[in-house]
Design a protein around this ligand. Structure first.
Ligand code: PRT
Ligand code: MG
Length: 216
């Protein structure tokens, strides 16, 4: 049997992927939340999981260090998708990419007046394209996390971030003013691996598709 390596991040992606892996007959031997191992073996001798930062998943798959990976659309858009197939929307880890501003900031009028906005975000590519398409002039400030803080301390007028429950925005007196796009996670495949290891990869793909289709 051909060896297969699957890259994914712990946390919500691992939690939502475990049932799909199970549907494909793959069960991790360790729990990444409690184990410090970065390589997890599975019930199949030829299948292993590697646990990496969410934003590093496409890089591992692009260079063939992993054959398959699971990554959010947010991450894939920033990465660019070179060398990757993304055949399957897994419909997991869903959220929305939003523009958010302080509660009392009038975003509509600022945009109408042609104000130049300072936007803090981890998603620079996505934000740049969004505001360019709207014809809004922006200065983008790259952050690596806790974007919600930026408008509160005067670093930015607005943020572009992922929102699921909306609780983080609310707790920081921010409001979502514009949806950029809905986000979910995709299965990604190294293009060369798909050709060379199709016999092993195709059944995993089929099991994932079937599991997604049977979801309510
Ligand atoms: O945490 P780390 O810095 O290692 O990386 P990461 O944040 O990219 O990874 P992780 O595991 O947190 O997220 C992995 C993927 O889950 C992301 O790439 C998204 O595709 C997806 N996802 C789904 C989310 C959320 N929902 C989400 N709510 N990723 C992040 N969030 C954050 C958001 O950035 C904000 O800070 O949760 C906060 C908002 O949540 P609510 O529920 O308060 O609205
Ligand atoms: Mg996170």
């Amino acid at each position: 049997m051909t060896d297969i390596t699957i890259a994914l991040s712990k946390g919500r992606i691992f939690e939502d992927t475990a049932p799909l892996l199970k549907a494909a007959g793959i069960i991790a031997q360790d729990d990444p939340e409690s184990s410090r191992k970065l390589i997890l073996s599975t019930n199949h001798d030829n299948v292993r999981l590697v646990i990496v930062r969410a934003s590093d998943v496409p890089t591992y798959v692009q260079y063939g260090a992993a054959d398959l990976g699971i990554a959010g659309k947010d991450v894939l858009l920033e990465h660019g998708g070179m060398g990757l197939y993304h055949p399957l929307d897994l419909n997991i880890a869903r959220c929305r990419m939003m523009v958010a501003v302080p509660e009392h900031f009038d975003y509509e009028s600022a945009v109408k007046q042609g104000a130049r906005l300072r936007i803090a975000t981890k998603y620079v590519q996505t934000a740049r394209e969004h505001f360019a398409a709207k014809g809004v002039h922006v200065d983008l400030i790259k952050l690596y996390g806790s974007m919600e803080l930026a408008p509160l301390v005067g670093l930015a007028d607005a943020i572009v971030d992922l929102v699921s429950s909306g609780n983080t925005l609310k707790a920081n007196h921010l409001k979502a003013v514009e949806e950029i796009m809905p986000i979910s996670s995709r299965l990604i495949i190294n293009q060369a691996a798909l050709k060379l290891k199709r016999d092993t990869i195709q059944p995993i793909l089929d099991a994932f598709s079937a599991a997604i289709d049977s979801q309510p």
